[in-house]
Unconditional design. Structure first.
Length: 208
């Protein structure tokens, strides 16, 4: 059973936390994580791009000149792709980019991402997190005390207005709830910071 040190807001050790093997101790499945990340990014696409094919462009109903005798190439409509104002070859049309992933694969990818962060030493567990004021300097000090110098994903067990407002102006910091975290956000962050309550909530959901 893997364990991880629990620290306070000043970065001082407050003991250890035993983690569930089924959530934080699995061998990362790269294929599952790749599929889920591809699905997340694809599902964010609007799919509203659109262009006109030669059959959709207005005009061009008559043959532009006779077939033979001119010495020029044979053409019919001046709305063909090679002409100015013509249609587009294989024009993109509105479409749905959604990539569906089975539930078991999504759960495996989440466990793999969490286990990979723990194995790499990029996961920090806070005993508790609360700020007296919604001040950016307080959040910046917290991250400095925790040794976070690059991008960070802060996972909370529930809504905390002061914490979220304090971190809003820190570009490298993003926050999420245990119910909204996803594999892409976990993997792209250099550090994963969770509260003890958030870890417990995640284990309750993803433990098999």
């Amino acid at each position: 059973m893997p364990t991880i040190p629990v620290v306070n807001m000043q970065g001082k050790a407050e003991g250890e936390l035993s983690l569930n093997d089924d959530v934080f101790g699995v061998t990362p499945n790269v294929a599952a994580m790749h599929l889920v990340v591809r699905s997340i990014l694809a599902n964010r696409r609007q799919g509203t791009q659109s262009a006109l094919t030669r059959g959709m462009v207005r005009g061009g109903g008559r043959k532009i000149y006779r077939q033979k005798g001119t010495g020029r190439a044979r053409h019919h409509s001046n709305r063909a792709p090679q002409f100015r104002h013509g249609g587009v070859v294989f024009a993109p049309q509105p479409r749905d980019y959604v990539v569906k992933v089975p539930r078991k694969v999504r759960r495996l990818a989440m466990r793999s991402a969490l286990s990979a962060k723990l194995a790499a030493g990029d996961m920090i567990v806070l005993d508790s997190l609360s700020l007296k004021e919604a001040k950016t300097r307080l959040m910046a000090k917290l991250l400095k005390d925790l040794g976070v110098t690059r991008s960070c994903l802060l996972v909370l067990s529930g809504r905390d207005e002061n914490v979220q407002r304090a971190g809003r102006n820190i570009q490298a910091l993003s926050d999420a709830y245990t119910s909204t975290i996803n594999v892409y956000d976990i993997l792209r962050a250099d550090k994963l910071v969770l509260t003890r309550d958030a870890v417990m909530a995640i284990q309750e959901v993803y433990a098999s």
